[in-house]
Write a new protein. Structure first.
Length: 190
């Protein structure tokens, strides 16, 4: 089974630099701190892709917050497509009843995963439920979702880095980029 030649060598184009991401995360953190001042805010992030964004965003928020983590997986389909069928691999570890909940997502593509998650979390009776995503790909949206905080709106390209993977690799890139076409023609190691 072939391995990619190298982490950075496999990247054809950097879409968002580490500096651009850092500045945007600080901006979002400041907005969230203002909007939720005096409230009981719980950040719920969705593993694994949102891990770096969650870690940076929570440290850019200067009001008290709780955090919780969920892990979901889409059933079936190729690795660059979302199937919309969602399985919960890890549930919340604490109650969110009467909490102001902010879902922290890495990317919204078709919106199917988030649509499922919103309905699931609404059933747990939070005081409010809003969405924060680092990346938004509106071109491929299949369900309408009101997104409250968006870092960057990006074109319809499959991106990796800053948490986002291809075949479980490239999550540790500090930037967001697009892979060379030949990387996709090899067998991904999922
Ligand atoms: P949706 O259900 O909105 O179509 O897809 C959500 C999930 O699909 C994301 O959380 C992410 O795991 C994956 N995804 C969607 N677009 C991309 C992309 O451009 N790059 C990567 N690495 N994953 C993506």
């Amino acid at each position: 089974m072939s391995r990619p030649a190298g982490l950075h060598a496999d990247v054809a184009e950097v879409l968002l630099t580490e500096e651009e991401i850092g500045a945007k995360v600080r901006e979002l953190g400041a907005r969230i701190s203002t909007d939720y001042a005096g409230r009981r805010l719980t950040l719920v992030s969705v593993l694994k892709g949102s891990l770096p964004f969650m870690a940076d965003l929570m440290r850019s928020i200067d009001i008290p917050v709780r955090i919780d983590l969920m892990e979901v997986s889409s059933y079936g389909g190729a690795t660059t497509e979302s199937s919309g069928l969602v399985r919960i691999l890890k549930d919340l570890s604490a109650s969110i009843v009467n909490e102001d909940v902010l879902i922290v997502e890495d990317i919204i593509d078709t919106g199917l995963t988030l649509n499922y998650l919103i309905r699931y979390l609404r059933g747990k009776a939070p005081a409010s439920l809003r969405i924060c995503t680092l990346l938004d790909k509106p071109a491929r949206r299949l369900v309408e979702i009101k997104v409250d905080y968006v870092g960057f709106t990006i074109p319809d390209q499959f991106v990796v880095g800053y948490g986002l993977d291809y075949g479980e690799l490239y999550r540790n890139l500090r930037y967001v980029g697009v892979l060379r076409p030949e990387v996709y023609s090899g067998t991904p190691e999922a």
